[in-house]
Design a protein around this ligand. Structure first.
Ligand code: KIV
Ligand code: ZN
Length: 512
């Protein structure tokens, strides 16, 4: 089997529908740039009509990320398509993506429309989108539960109306690989003009089959795979990009000479970036990018791998750009060696950012015996989504124990001036967060707090992540330090600075 597969990444649209994820425009742009580097063919940058934030995200990605196609989702209604086009018009290669549900259950209960009405709307909206843009994708939502005869009719009609891509979503993750493969085969055999459009698939993971269903569809003729980084997405998520691509790469004997544009060495970096910015950790046993994906615990396995890697390794960590966790540099290392290592790890930072990272590395090397690649990654990624640092940590002091009420004193800098507050709390972290809230003068609803070690050992760097809610909006903050309370304080401050950044931007927009 030999075919060119297009990778349609919807991390910024379906992926952003993951509960608890709220990316700002800068973060979306950062992810879009990395997706372009990874080599995806199409980025679905948002659902332009759904909110001013989504509109701006699509527009910003369309105007700044070149060399790829940028898509915006639209229901099959004129105002959605107008708004998508408004956001997309400056893209190098724009695509309007419009959808309507075609299954009996959705038509009857959600749309309250007959088959004939849905068919006519689909045709009309593809023609409407076509007036703006030559590249139009049509999705028959809930395809896998759609009566096949009706699905064939809709697809034939929308292709006749000008759709260049027809997407077959398994919207509720209900299908199985054999069944889904047969749906695609049936489309190829029964839709007479199917040769004029690409067949795309968009699989959800409710039964854990999204990747298997997508690969089965590909074997039966689908040429576009819709997916997300780390499998993010509505409910149980979407097919994960890294699993699809490494499946194709690792099982070329089975899938044949599929051609795609993904640089697999960028997979790990992309996964880390998305996980840092969304605050959604990757489970340790997640295929390809989980922390344990290349770890061998059992003695028998370790012995086998030492004798011959392929006994238990079906792909190499290097193939996804996962650096061997080498000891890198000591505290006497110079800036040039440090910069070279950053480049080897895939970071192209500005001179100013290299200097900042180097200073952090030096202070870490003072506290930690051996500095590993993962430590460097954590330090650099703490800086990845820069935000205006309205408040900076000066110092803190905590008194805590199992028989005392925890107390904390935290001193923060604002405009070069130190402000100090003290507070009590339920444990040292809570006491520190309360003192910070006193200083900044507002409270946050803490929705999630997590702490993990970046590497092993008592002197390991700790990485804290907080997810907080302010006025109904979610903000994620991250902090790293060899001291876990300091990492937590930095994460909380990072979230607070994000809240202030967003408030200032909205206020400036209101004036302008
Ligand atoms: O899951 C789905 O059906 C979708 C469509 C809008 C493509 O996300
Ligand atoms: Zn979806």
């Amino acid at each position: 089997m030999s075919a060119r597969i297009r990778v349609f990444d919807t991390t910024l649209r379906d992926g952003e529908q993951t509960p608890g994820v709220n990316l700002n425009i800068q973060e979306k742009l950062e992810i879009a740039r990395q997706l372009a580097k990874l080599g995806v063919d199409i980025i679905e940058a948002g659902f332009a009509v759904s909110s001013p934030g989504d509109f701006m995200a699509v527009k910003t990605v369309a105007e700044n990320v070149k060399g790829i196609t940028v898509a915006s989702l639209s229901r099959a209604v004129e105002k959605d398509i107008d708004r998508s086009w408004e956001a997309l018009q400056n893209a190098e290669s724009p695509r309007i993506h419009t959808f309507i549900a075609t299954s009996d259950i959705h038509m009857k209960y959600k749309l309250k429309m007959t088959e004939e009405e849905v068919l006519q709307r689909a045709i009309a909206m593809v023609k409407y989108a076509k007036k703006y843009c030559s590249d139009v994708e049509f999705s028959a939502e809930d395809s896998s539960r759609t009566r096949t005869e009706f699905l064939y009719r809709v697809l034939e009609a929308v292709i006749k109306a000008g759709a260049t891509v027809v997407n077959i979503p398994d919207t509720v993750g209900y299908s199985t690989p054999e069944e889904f493969g047969l749906i695609i085969k049936g489309i190829k055999e029964n839709v007479i003009n199917i040769g004029k459009a690409d067949i795309s698939v968009h699989c959800h993971n409710d039964l854990g089959l999204a990747v298997a269903n997508s690969l089965a569809a590909m074997r039966n003729g689908a040429t576009q795979l819709e997916c997300t980084i780390n499998g993010l997405g509505e409910r149980a998520g979407n097919a994960s990009l890294e699993e699809l691509i490494m499946g194709i790469e690792t099982r070329r004997d089975y899938y044949g000479s599929i051609i795609h544009n993904i640089d697999t060495k960028q997979i790990y970096r992309t996964s880390k970036l998305v996980s840092s910015l969304t605050g959604i950790y990757v489970q340790p046993n997640k295929a390809i990018v989980g922390a344990n994906a290349f770890a061998h615990e059992s003695g028998i396995h370790q012995h086998g791998v030492l004798a011959e890697k392929t006994t238990y390794e079906i792909m190499t960590p290097e193939s996804i750009g996962l650096a061997q966790n080498r000891m890198i540099l000591g505290k006497l290392s110079g800036k040039h060696a440090f910069e070279d290592r950053l480049k080897e790890l895939g970071y192209n930072l500005s001179a100013e950012d290299v200097l900042k990272a180097f200073e952090q590395f030096k202070s870490l090397a003072d506290k930690k015996k051996t500095v590993l690649d993962k430590d460097i990654e954590a330090l650099v990624e703490e800086k990845v989504s820069e935000v205006e640092e309205t408040y900076q940590l000066d110092s803190f002091q905590i008194n805590s124990g199992n028989k005392v009420i925890s107390t904390s004193t935290v001193s923060l800098f604002r405009n070069g001036k130190a402000v100090t507050e003290a507070a009590t709390g339920d444990g040292p972290v809570n006491a520190a967060f309360n003192a910070i809230e006193r200083t900044v003068g507002f409270g946050l609803e803490l929705q999630d707090y997590s702490l993990k070690g970046v590497t092993e050992g008592a002197d390991a760097l700790g990485e804290a992540t907080v997810r907080v809610m302010k006025d109904g909006k979610i903000f994620v903050g991250r902090g790293v330090s060899t001291d876990i309370i300091e990492a937590s304080v930095k994460a909380y401050l990072n979230a607070i600075n994000r809240v202030l950044d967003e408030t200032e931007k909205s206020a400036a927009k209101g004036k302008g």
